[in-house]
Design a protein. Sequence first.
Length: 170
Amino acid sequence: MADKIYNVLFLCTGNSARSILAESLLNTLGRGRFRGFSGGSFPKGQVHPMAIELLERMNLPTQGLRSKSWDEFAVPGAPPLDFIVTVCDNAAGEVCPIWPGKPMTAHWGIADPAAVEGTDVEKAFAFRRALKELESRITLLLSLPITSLDGMKLQESLRSIGKQRTAADT
């Protein structure tokens, strides 16, 4: 199973900022072992411009990123999902589709940078903070010995990542 690629779907209500940042980060940090996707329960229809700007500034991929419904991942022919991670509080409480293959789920709440009001500098800082929190949590995910953990321990580990204080929290 060492050559298995794990598919991770990051969910948020609007699929315009946090879940998009997570998708790009995982596709870079996962180094071919993990593939990131993102979706939303009520997608905004466009990626937040500050999310794209930050990803480009950090030399992270932006090609193919789009705001889309999570329904795309619950239909025949969709990529088989191993993990589903909600990154906003709204999506965590919503009724999700029934996911084929019963992937493991977790909630990693991240403050919404798109909701920040203030100067452009304050907004940019909020996006940077969200990116750093996601990077810390994704790094923890990538460090899990997935193949050696039983299902219950892996599920527990995945959920505990969302409860970790990250460097961005301090």
